[in-house]
Design a protein around this ligand. Structure first.
Ligand code: NAD
Ligand code: MG
Length: 401
């Protein structure tokens, strides 16, 4: 089993939460994985440079062209040949690097779309963490995956759980997906308090330690909304057969229901290295020296219906998913921009969903395209970002520090 896993990997977004946890797996299983490429945005060059020294990749890239000279200077004493790239071209070269078998997409946001498409076209399997790419690009990625006969291996914990539950399930037997949600930072905050919550409050996730953008998406439940669309594209399940339940302990990572009403769940401690490892080593299983799940210590597993009034982003995402075409790309871009504006303290927490609704309404009455090309999706993404920046805050704005 484990002797069969020898993969050369490229990590896009190596300095982030997903990227560094992927490298921890490489440290734990060095005989199974070799890092041949690394890429990031460019904001944490010191970490990036130390990764390059440690893993000795053959190709590296950063997206921020203003930092390239600094990177070259920092890499002057590198004692082996390494190709250094920059911008979209650099990321694409990394993603399609001929020697790699698998590309781990740990970039945050739709910035991952073009490199991911390039990786698929180069015949690489994808270990997919970067959900925004699949949500926006679903209509073009699905046919590309088919054409190039690559595998999209989900690293998001819910989708990994579903993927694991599905192993051995005969085609046609799946009837429903049940995605679990922790409930995010505000799961115990009453609706009346939400106008007053701050950025700092939204950045406190009860169960997972992740990048800032996804932590805010968890607080609004947009993360779960995005994951509903991600599940639709990964498993081909109709939206009416994808259910979300709040499960505060985050021990059951998701479930599937089969045609005979049998339900299969996947469990584990909330640790992203587990779904990442499965996506990286599939179809094998590698031994890991991690603590066993202790259900007696967990004690209780509880479930409840998500409160649709408290979490309007969830229904916005179902709406965008069902509408299809360019709408998921618009939902995603409007959300990225709204979260950016919230992190800049330009809008309040409750206005995140208002921005998205505003942009989706305008798209419906404007440039909506049912069967978009990659160009159409990129245009819709840019249009939605611009429109989200036009939204002016309406609620009386009080940020408590
Ligand atoms: P993060 O903010 O910690 O890291 C983001 C990484 O992407 C960094 O390396 C950054 O340099 C790079 N990056 C940012 N903009 C870029 C650009 N334009 N071009 C190239 N690289 C760029 O984010 P994260 O939490 O690791 O999340 C990464 C992705 O994984 C997101 O799509 C997120 O939804 C998904 N995900 C994360 C977790 C988690 O536990 N962190 C869980 C499930 C899914
Ligand atoms: Mg998830």
């Amino acid at each position: 089993n484990e002797n069969r896993v020898h993969k050369k990997i490229v990590i896009l977004g190596s300095t982030g939460s997903i990227g560094t946890q992927t490298l921890e797996i490489v440290d734990t299983c060095p005989e199974n994985f070799q890092v041949v490429g690394l890429a990031c945005g460019g904001s944490q060059l010191d970490i990036f440079v130390s990764q390059i020294h440690k893993y000795r990749p053959k190709i590296v890239a950063i997206s921020d062209s203003r930092k390239i000279q600094m990177l070259r200077d920092m890499l002057q004493d590198l004692d082996y040949d390494c190709q250094i790239g920059v911008g979209e071209r650099g990321l694409v070269d990394c993603a399609s690097f001929p020697e790699s078998d698998l590309v781990v997409t740990g970039i945050v946001g739709c910035a991952g779309l073009i490199p991911t498409v390039a990786a698929i076209k180069a015949g690489k399997d994808i270990c997919l963490a970067n959900k925004e790419t699949l949500i926006a690009g679903g209509p073009v990625i699905a046919p590309l995956v088919e054409k190039h006969r690559v595998h999209i291996l989900p690293a998001d914990s819910e989708h990994s759980a579903i993927f694991q539950c599905l192993q051995g399930v005969p085609g046609g037997a799946l009837s429903k997906l049940i995605l679990t949600a922790s409930g995010g930072a505000f799961r115990d905050t009453p609706l009346e308090q939400l106008p007053y919550v701050t950025l700092k409050d939204a950045l406190k996730h009860p169960n997972w330690n992740m990048g800032a953008k996804i932590t805010i998406d968890s607080a609004t439940l947009m993360n779960k909304g995005l994951e509903v669309i991600e599940a639709h594209f990964l498993f081909g399940t109709a939206y009416d057969n994808i259910q979300v339940v709040v499960h505060p302990q985050s021990i059951i990572h998701s479930m599937i229901e089969l045609c005979d009403t049998s339900v299969i769940a996947q469990m584990g401690w909330p640790d992203m290295r587990l779904p990442l490892l499965y996506a990286m080593s599939w179809p094998c299983r590698l031994p890991l020296p991690f603590p066993s799940l202790d259900l007696v210590k967990v004690g209780t597993l509880s479930f409840k219906e998500p409160d649709r009034n408290k979490y309007p982003c969830l229904d916005l995402a179902y709406g965008a998913g069902k509408r299809g075409g360019t709408m998921p790309a618009v939902l995603n871009a409007a959300n990225e921009e709204a979260v950016y504006r919230f992190r800049n303290e330009e809008i309040s927490y409750l206005e995140i969903s208002k921005v998205i609704e505003y942009v989706m309404d305008r798209h419906e009455n404007g440039l909506f395209i049912e069967q978009p090309s990659l160009e159409d999706i990129l245009d819709a993404d840019q249009w939605a970002r611009k429109t989200a920046r036009e939204f002016s805050p309406q609620l009386p704005f009080v940020m408590k520090h």
